[in-house]
Design a protein around this ligand. Structure first.
Ligand code: B1M
Length: 212
């Protein structure tokens, strides 16, 4: 098995120490940081995302794999930055105002980062104006909102309206998700993309940022 394959396998198993060692070994062998990222770490995370989507693995497995991914990217980060590798796009992410649930949102962040996107995570209980203001300041392509409560999902409409009011509606893609959110709800509030799970959210966000 190639070293990149091994990195992918260990990442899927959530073995952070092995991932760290092998990433360092790959660097020492002269493999390009971008190749290690894409064909080792991201390849592994992509398998994790698919398995999670298909209910073959569960939240704790994803969190452990994500920790292994972080261990590997920490070593690569300085090399990637100095090598001039750019993130494929920028996403402003948060759980909407009044809502304190963040496990799903954190998974969305992980999966998006796994796709090479830069994620500005505003955390929980985020007011509509904060999403929009940050998107303007950061020149982000996407605003991504998570909500877990039927009482807070309506906040997503306020995000769309705040984007219209700020004059950036045509420049930003608004993505919505979370357990009570549906495709119909997404359409009814004038948002752009609904996805049911974190891996699909990352897939769609990457497509938007690559202009597909
Ligand atoms: Co709360 N809670 N909770 N809770 N909680 C739910 C959501 C609830 C369904 C439980 C129930 O009654 N059966 C219910 C909501 C009912 C409703 O609105 N219809 C509920 C309630 C009522 C409440 C409180 C009001 C309880 C109270 O105080 N009386 C309160 C509200 C607090 C607040 O937010 N203001 C509350 C509090 C809490 C805790 C703080 C204790 C805790 C949250 C801890 C945390 O997040 N750090 C909590 C939890 C853990 C849950 C349950 C049990 C689990 C949620 C979770 O993390 N699931 C939940 C019941 C349930 O869902 N079975 C429940 C795992 C997570 C991976 O799934 O977040 O859905 P999820 O993310 C998924 C997808 O939705 C999607 O990707 C993920 C999968 O890949 N996704 C996106 C999420 N965001 C996305 C964004 C996208 C795309 C996809 O694009 C941008």
């Amino acid at each position: 098995m190639s070293i990149l394959n091994e990195i992918s396998q260990y990442l899927q198993q959530g073995r952070a120490k092995n991932v760290k060692e092998l990433v360092q070994k790959a660097i020492d062998e002269g493999i390009a940081p971008q190749t290690i990222l894409e064909e080792g770490l991201l390849a592994g995370m992509s398998v994790v995302g698919e398995k999670f989507k298909n209910n073959e693995i569960y939240v704790p497995d994803v969190l452990i794999a994500a920790r292994a991914m972080n261990a590997g990217t920490e070593i690569l980060k300085p090399l990637l930055v100095s090598g001039g590798v750019k993130a494929v796009g920028k996403v402003v992410l948060g759980t909407v105002k009044g809502d304190l649930h963040d496990i799903g949102k954190n998974l969305v962040r992980m999966m998006m980062e796994g796709k090479g996107l830069e994620v500005i995570d505003l955390g929980i209980d985020v007011p509509a104006e904060k999403f929009v203001q940050t998107a303007i300041e950061q020149n982000a392509q996407i605003i991504a909102c998570s909500a877990l409560l039927t009482t807070t999902m309506g906040e997503m409409k306020n995000v769309v309206e705040a984007a219209v009011k700020a004059g950036i509606r045509d420049k930003v893609t608004i993505m919505v998700g979370g357990a009570p959110v549906t495709e119909n709800f997404c359409k009814s509030i004038g948002a752009d993309i609904y996805t049911a799970d974190a891996a699909s959210a990352a897939d769609e966000a990457a497509k938007v940022c690559k202009g597909q």
